[in-house]
Design a protein around this ligand. Structure first.
Ligand SMILES: Cc1ncc(COP(=O)(O)O)c(C=O)c1O
Ligand SMILES: N[C@@H](CCOP(=O)(O)O)C(=O)O
Length: 513
């Protein structure tokens, strides 16, 4: 993409917690990691108020040379800016022609700090309690929402999720030695949505302070995870939230999350696409702010998971990253994170991306099979991967751009394939949600066809915690799913309350006892 600086270039302070070297290409940074440690040591001697400390640090003039704004997504597609742009402080979801927007960063300012500077800065913030930089999202604040005051940030120190080495599953099921699962579901509300929601709710918090009364509540349509994240972050900030849920189409655990967090929950007699149509209309006509990923602020947070993966591999690029896709914001967010790292020289390439869809909700897969020549929304059918039961994805154009540029592939998984794949991986110590099952099934197919090689470093993105989907897992292990063999089922054995019966049950499984 063509980079154009829209702000006057200015020398001066760098990001908080660091004294930046203004880098010519390839220059080495000035020890941000040590500075973070020094600050932490000083902090321990006094009463902690990490938010207050952040405000004081920011008042000292750090991190004010970076800028971001909304531009039309078609500018990103075209690779040049048209001049249409909006401040992130405006309530704006669409460009004048009705297209999507993107958050555009002034890359020339970011590029003034060399790649080694950024790596050391990001690495130095991991796991600290420094507000807000201990968050996996806000540790990359200069690349996310650089102009947001630290005091306005609503964070649960999200991100920094485990990159699980799937050693036994890789070896035994797929003959792979370098397979990893990015556990984005090990998060505050149990899904990757926390990464995007901290950004969106923080920006809402700022706008509500700048223009009191301009946003009265934040709303979303949801298949269960967006609504959980929205209601939790809004509750933490004291902002009202409203969620539109398709009646009887999300798990019980997901339903209870916004209820517990005090959101107004509308259970609507339609599917997700119907809820999405309604929330778009409502947010266009009321001071209710739209929190779905159609709002490009969300993707700024979600892209940090991609940066985090590179960081966890010590800035080595994996060969493949496999991501389950529904509304299709996340596949673009990952692409954007990888691309920023490449464009700013932290890595030299983008991994190949795979978007994995359930066969029952596969409009992207169908378009991919037609060589992107024809895209048609569909009526999504019921799938155990209920959070991706979406037939008319909002970010279809974003996904196609990402997959095109990342030499990407789209794969699909039937109900049996996705449930078996999740269960098989569970047998090696994981506890996968059905959407992760879709990605694992896609991986299995690509291995069987030889597209992914045994030694390829591969990352499967696990998008939600399995504990949100116990109903379907119980049904599988009880062999209660009509037409499905449930070949990996491991039902409990009912045993009478006497030693003989217990010993019989043990010997049936372990004859050597
Ligand atoms: C658990 C889970 N996995 C995957 C997805 C797909 O993400 P996206 O809608 O960004 O494609 C979603 C939401 O849609 C989700 O909730
Ligand atoms: N799976 C999502 C569907 C909505 O996606 P969004 O990223 O556009 O908010 C959910 O959990 O609601």
């Amino acid at each position: 993409m063509q980079q154009r600086s829209v702000v006057a270039q200015r020398a001066g302070a760098g990001p908080a917690g660091a004294s930046p070297a203004r880098a010519s290409s390839g220059s080495v940074c000035r020890r941000p990691r040590l500075l973070v440690r020094a600050t932490a040591a000083a902090d321990s001697k006094q009463q902690h108020n990490i938010r207050k400390e952040a405000v004081e640090r920011q008042a000292a003039g750090a991190a004010d040379s970076f800028h971001a704004k909304f531009v039309p997504f078609k500018d990103v597609q075209r690779g040049s800016l048209s001049g249409e742009q909006y401040s992130l402080d405006t309530v704006q979801y669409r460009s004048t022609d009705g297209g999507l927007l993107d958050v555009y960063h002034d890359m020339s300012e970011l590029a003034k700090f060399g790649p080694e500077y950024w790596k050391a800065l990001f690495d130095g913030r991991v796991g600290t309690t420094s507000w807000p930089y201990g968050s996996g999202v806000w540790s990359k604040k200069e690349w996310v929402l650089p102009e947001l005051s630290d005091a306005d940030i609503v964070s649960m120190f999200e991100g920094n999720s485990n990159l699980f080495w799937a050693e036994r599953f890789g070896r035994e099921a797929l003959g792979m030695s370098d397979l990893w699962v990015k556990q984005c579901g090990n998060s505050h509300t149990g899904s990757f949505k926390d990464l995007g929601m901290t950004v969106l709710v923080s920006q809402v918090n700022r706008i509500r302070k700048l223009r009191p009364g301009s946003i009265s509540a934040v709303g979303c349509a949801s298949t269960g995870d967006t609504s959980a994240a929205l209601s939790a972050y809004c509750a933490a900030a004291g902002i009202p939230s409203i969620v539109f849920l398709p009646a009887d189409k999300i798990s019980l655990a997901q339903l209870v999350q916004p209820i517990a967090n005090g959101a107004l929950v509308l259970s609507i007699d339609t599917d997700f696409d119907g809820c999405m149509r309604l929330i778009k209309e409502v947010t266009a006509e009321t001071p209710i702010y739209l929190a779905n990923s159609m709002n490009s602020l969300r993707l700024e947070g979600q892209k940090t998971a991609a940066i985090e993966i590179l960081q966890q591999f010590d800035w080595q690029v994996p060969d493949w990253v496999i991501i389950p896709g529904g509304n299709l914001g996340n596949i673009y967010a990952f692409y954007k994170g990888f691309k920023m790292c490449r464009d700013l020289g932290l890595v030299d390439r983008i991994p190949r991306l795979v978007c994995a869809q359930a066969t029952n909700a596969n409009p992207l897969y169908t378009a991919f099979k037609k060589g992107w020549k024809h895209y048609e929304p569909m009526q999504a059918k019921t799938t155990f991967a209920s959070a991706i039961q979406i037939g008319d994805p909002v970010s279809i154009d974003r996904a196609i751009l990402a997959l095109d540029d990342a030499n990407g592939i789209v794969e699909e998984a039937s109900e049996e394939e996705l449930m078996d794949a999740a269960a098989r991986a569970d047998r090696t110590g994981m506890f996968n949600c059905p959407h992760t099952g879709v990605a694992l099934a896609a991986l299995t197919k690509l291995r069987e066809r030889g597209v992914i090689a045994p030694s390829d470093r591969t990352v499967v993105v696990s998008t939600a915690h399995g504990l949100k989907f116990t109903q379907s897992k119980v049904a599988y292990h009880s062999r209660e799913i009509a037409g499905m063999a449930c070949s990996m089922a491991n039902p409990p054995v009912a045993v009478r309350n006497d030693l003989g019966s217990v010993m019989d049950a043990l010997r049936a499984k372990f004859p050597a006892i």
